[in-house]
Design a protein around this ligand. Structure first.
Ligand SMILES: NC(=O)c1ccc[n+]([C@@H]2O[C@H](COP(=O)([O-])OP(=O)(O)OC[C@H]3O[C@@H](n4cnc5c(N)ncnc54)[C@H](O)[C@@H]3O)[C@@H](O)[C@H]2O)c1
Length: 269
């Protein structure tokens, strides 16, 4: 079996994806936290992606990379994103190029479009980016860097703007962009294996009664979601009318992120 490096493997998304990915790959599971519950075909690598020597050791010998690790938060300061999101992504891409890795899947986010009001377009897929936070801005950097590396080398890159990957759908905003783990895994496998992939941007979303993203490119590549967000509502699901008009972010693609002031870079010292 080919070997796949999964960064941020101890997190919510990595943990949910493992059972699907290990059916096709030997998994090298990287995180700075211990990765629990290893089974046959999985190994763990504990360390920090901000260490370039560690990144090279992690990347050597793998066939593909799924890059999930990142620092995030509604009010994260710009400087807190620089090492884990900018430098670490560059280290990984450069190492991937150096060691002849074939595929690089980058976990981006719907937050790269998060500053839009949800009534500004019918579908947001092709809108210019409008990041809603320094977290989202770092995803824009990651996407752009994937494109540059894919055009300068044989590395094929696949950017997945994930909607919401919680186990259940918690409110009306997330209903429009939720993904099940099995649908996200199906999409990632397209990114890792479809021969037409060179550099793509797709949306990590299941079916929805009222989608924000059309996801045309993913469907062209054969993505056929098995789940519908409308059938996975949490017990305490909040319909639109029950969400606060201010603070809940119900009217923005990025939700509450879009209303939180950006931490000052002028006053950081
Ligand atoms: N969960 C969602 O709904 C959602 C939505 C949109 C996008 N995403 C994206 O998917 C990815 C995974 O999200 P998640 O919800 O699993 O996040 P998470 O916070 O649960 O997991 C991230 C993991 O990355 C690890 N990590 C962070 N920085 C690291 C570093 N420098 N070196 C090594 N490990 C490091 C953390 O220890 C953590 O285990 C992220 O890139 C996130 O932006 C997630």
């Amino acid at each position: 079996m080919p070997t796949l490096l999964v960064t941020g493997a101890a997190g919510i998304v990595g943990t949910a994806l493992r059972p699907f990915l290990r059916q096709r790959y030997t998994l090298r599971l990287l995180d700075r936290k211990p990765v629990e519950g290893l089974v046959s075909g999985e190994s763990a690598l504990v360390g920090d992606l901000t260490d370039p020597a560690f990144v090279q050791q992690a990347v050597e010998g793998v066939d593909g990379i799924v890059h999930l690790a990142c620092a995030h938060g509604t009010d994260i300061a710009f400087q807190s994103t620089v090492e884990p999101n900018y430098h670490a992504t560059l280290y990984l891409l450069e190492a991937a190029q150096r060691f002849g890795v074939k595929r690089f899947v980058f976990a981006s986010s719907h937050h790269v479009l998060g500053q839009y009001r949800s009534d500004q377009a019918e579908y947001f897929d092709d809108m210019p980016v409008a990041p809603d936070s320094y977290y989202a801005l770092s995803k824009v950097f990651g996407e752009a860097t994937c494109t540059t590396f894919s055009l300068r080398s044989d590395l094929a890159t696949f950017i997945v703007r994930i909607g919401n990957a919680d186990a259940k759908v918690s409110d009306a905003r997330r209903l429009r962009m939720w993904t099940s783990a099995r649908d996200l895994a199906q999409l990632l496998l397209i990114g890792l294996e479809h021969p037409a992939v060179r550099n793509e941007i797709v949306y990590g979303v299941s079916e929805s009664p009222n989608p924000l993203f059309h996801n045309r490119r993913a469907r062209e590549l054969g993505y056929a979601p098995q789940d519908n967000a409308g059938e996975h509502l949490a017990d305490n699901f909040l319909p639109y009318e029950a969400m606060a008009p201010v603070g809940s972010g119900r009217d923005h693609v990025g939700g509450a992120y879009a209303g939180v002031p950006l931490a000052s870079v002028l006053e950081r010292v």
